[in-house]
Design a protein around this ligand. Structure first.
Ligand code: NAD
Ligand code: UFG
Length: 331
């Protein structure tokens, strides 16, 4: 059985679908601090399979031990964490407490029960402002906010863990910008309040909840002056986790992979792709640059392709169409 921490969330729920479709048994631990219980029902509805759900906090050692007591956990995919960059600057202690302590409790419990295969959700944020693009896995790491620092620290903690005990098999996955939703329109990304991220924000403009998009800067040294990112369909990203799990099952060590498409799109390109998907013209205004943003970020995908046998397949049109379907069904 695979334990998925944060499995009720955006990427976790899609990954549970892919795991169940691939024939794995799945247990989820999630405290629902940033997700809803009905995503568990929707995972079951999409796959026609059952999942075990524990509504618990991963920092609660007794609760985590109980899960390992009740189930034979073969490997863990660890998504649970707080992820809002701006909020992490406002309430850093909450971010360090939640993201770091939950990982320590998880790893201590895994070690106690002899489960030493772990796939961890890291982020392209650990590359800081890269000196060049595309970004390779061996580029230097740095961060500019507490959220990013938790990712960097956890990468180091897991690496130290393997140094101390080489039976551990750890895969660090650095995601670029996951967007889109499941083709069923049942699960997707539905943040609380005003969205921080580009595509959820555009989705709310398209559905009429927000008036216009603020484009944060049009004077970057990029193709049209707006920020360039590597947007990846959440279903492609989830499939990458199944491949990462196979990797963890096949060898020990710490292996790090970028999960991106290798192609960068600007803010305006994404806006126009979304306009095509929803059939409307969407208003936007040029606003000042957002503090901490970098001009351009996209992945070198060579290593994940050669070592995991994985590459992204869905294009921007599909990402926007699936996001729009989910938005219409759920907002
Ligand atoms: P999400 O917020 O939708 O999912 C995270 C889930 O973890 C939520 O369901 C939340 O309730 C749960 N959770 C948080 N703290 C918990 C705790 N202490 N105990 C139990 N459950 C807890 O976020 P997501 O977009 O699905 O991201 C998943 C992971 O991927 C996160 O670690 C995030 O940092 C990382 N990541 C996300 C992105 C992105 O753009 N979405 C990019 C890079 C990395
Ligand atoms: N943007 C706007 N207007 C908005 C929101 C975003 O113009 O209302 C622009 C940003 O300036 C940036 C691009 O859209 O150029 C993408 O911004 P997002 O906030 O969607 O994503 P980021 O690249 O800033 O960060 C995301 C996650 C991080 C993660 C990183 C990894 O939020 O957690 O991807 O690459 F670390």
């Amino acid at each position: 059985m695979i334990l998925v921490t944060g499995g009720a969330g955006f990427i976790g729920s899609h990954t549970c679908v892919e795991l169940l479709d691939a024939g794995y048994e799945v247990a989820i631990i999630d405290n629902l601090c940033n997700s809803q219980r009905d995503s568990i029902d929707k995972i079951k509805q999409i796959t026609g399979k059952d999942v075990k759900f524990y509504e618990e906090d991963l920092v609660n050692k007794e609760a985590v031990e109980k899960i390992f007591e009740e189930n034979k956990i073969d490997a863990v995919i660890h998504f649970a964490g707080l992820k809002a960059v701006g909020e992490s600057v406002q309430i850093p202690l909450r971010y360090y407490h939640n993201n770091i302590l939950s990982t320590l409790v998880l790893c201590e419990t895994m070690a106690k029960y002899g489960c030493k295969k772990l796939v961890f959700s890291s982020s392209a944020t650990v590359y800081g402002n890269p000196h060049t693009v595309p970004i390779k896995e061996d580029f230097p790491r740095s961060t500019t906010n507490p959220y990013g620092s938790t990712k960097l620290m956890i990468e180091d903690i897991l690496t130290d863990l393997h140094v101390s005990d080489n039976e551990w098999s750890i895969v660090l996955l650095r995601y670029f910008n996951p967007i889109g939703a499941h083709a069923s329109g049942l699960i997707g990304e539905n943040p609380n309040g005003i969205p921080n991220n580009l595509v959820p924000y555009i989705a709310q403009v398209a559905i009429g909840k927000l008036d216009h998009l603020n484009v944060f800067g049009d004077d970057y040294p990029t193709k049209d002056g707006t920020g360039v990112r590597d947007y990846i369909h959440v279903v492609d990203l989830s499939k990458g986790h199944v491949k990462a799990l196979e990797k963890a099952n096949s060898c020990t060590g710490v292996n790090t992979y970028n999960l991106g498409t290798g192609t960068g799109y600007s803010v305006l390109e994404i806006l126009h792709a979304y306009e095509k998907a929803c059939g409307k013209t969407l208003k936007y205004e040029i606003a000042p640059r957002r503090a901490g943003d970098i001009p351009e970020c996209y992945a070198d995908t060579e290593k994940s392709f050669t070592e995991l046998g994985w590459k992204a397949e869905l294009d921007i049109a599909q990402m926007c169409a699936d996001s729009w379907r989910f938005t219409q069904n759920n907002l």
